[in-house]
Design a protein around this ligand. Structure first.
Ligand SMILES: [Zn+2]
Length: 337
């Protein structure tokens, strides 16, 4: 027999939860939403992300040949809001897309000196939001070979110099090369306290987490945090917050990678403990891909891990993202519909 009171309660609960979720606004600080795996339903995914409160999304570069595709994606998203989704002038009625340009360490064999020159030209002409993703990655065995690693270091340093020359924040991609990356950062004139910057998809331990924050970087937290088995990462994030406060964190989806554990259709628990190969796969299975609309799951897990309310954390993360990217985006006062 249906109990009228409990069904009323459930309705109220659902309503309250919806209101709570809908009162949150997010900045997805790191995505590859221009990847072909989103071509099939990008407009739908934009709408989903918007409904979940995502208001700013950063497309992050990795290969010179795809820079133009990022600008095309940005334009396509902006057109969606000026036509299909209402066309209001209201700033809150948009999912704003931004671009970071950079040459990713994992694709080091494909980068040329000419790409560096062309990157600088684009920085001058189009003034991206940031330079990224740049850094060091020795996840694959071949990346450890001395000449390949030397080239990674050279491109990393050259792009840090670009950031200094053009006064832009950087998005770091550092994997299994934290000591070397930190040494380069300490020796370079790039000052994250002044220029901002994010250690994207942070994957190191406690010492590394603290070292990046001490240098002025925010730690980018992905869907990896939703995995209870990601113990090293969870400990590092908690330790960084204990020492430096929640001001040191930002969140990101890194879509189509890093799918939160609750959004996975097959058991990826093991894969998630380490980054997937990093290829922004053109052949990635659509059901396993991460999407910007999944970002609230990162907030939930972080909120639980740190024992901080969603409401407080979400506002602080917004502010932290603005600080890291040196922008002043106002937190939307009105909740999304
Ligand atoms: Zn990335």
């Amino acid at each position: 027999m249906a109990d009228i009171n409990s069904s009323l309660e459930i309705k109220q609960l659902v309503k309250a939860e919806k209101e709570q979720i809908n009162s949150h606004a997010f900045i997805d600080t790191h995505t590859h939403f221009d990847a072909p795996v989103f071509d099939i339903d990008r407009a739908q995914q934009v709408q989903q992300a918007y409904k979940k409160g995502v208001r700013h999304l950063v497309l992050v570069g990795y290969l010179y040949q795809y820079f133009e595709r990022m600008y095309d994606t940005k334009q396509a998203i902006s057109q969606l809001f000026s036509t299909e989704f209402g066309g209001q002038d209201n700033d809150n009625a948009h999912l704003h897309t931004h671009i970071a340009l950079g040459l990713h360490p994992l694709y080091i064999d494909q980068h040329t000196e000419e790409h560096l020159t062309q990157l600088e030209q684009l920085i001058v002409e189009r003034r991206p939001l940031a330079i990224g993703e740049i850094g060091l990655d020795t996840f694959n065995h071949e990346m450890k070979s001395p000449d390949i690693f030397a080239k990674q270091k050279r491109f990393f340093e050259a792009q840090l110099d670009l950031a200094v020359r053009h006064q832009l924040p950087v998005m770091l991609h550092i994997r299994k090369a934290h000591a070397e990356a930190l040494a380069i950062l300490k020796a370079n004139v790039y000052d994250a306290h002044k220029l901002g910057g994010i250690a994207h998809s942070f994957s190191g331990g406690i010492q590394e987490a603290k070292a990046f924050v001490k240098l002025g970087f925010k730690l980018g937290v992905t869907g990896q945090i939703t995995n209870p088995n990601a113990k090293k990462l969870r400990r590092a994030i908690v330790a960084a917050v204990d020492s430096y406060g929640i001001e040191c964190l930002v969140i990101e989806t890194d879509c189509p990678d890093m799918t939160p554990i609750m959004c996975q259709t097959i058991d990826h628990a093991h894969d998630l403990s380490e980054r997937s190969s990093g290829a922004k796969s053109d052949n990635g299975a659509i059901h396993d891909r991460n999407v910007p609309a999944n970002l609230p799951w990162v907030l939930s897990s972080l909120s639980e891990l740190l024992g901080i309310s969603h409401a407080r954390l979400v506002r602080q993360l917004w502010q932290n993202s603005c600080d890291a990217l040196k922008v002043e985006w106002s937190y939307p006062i009105n909740s999304p519909e």
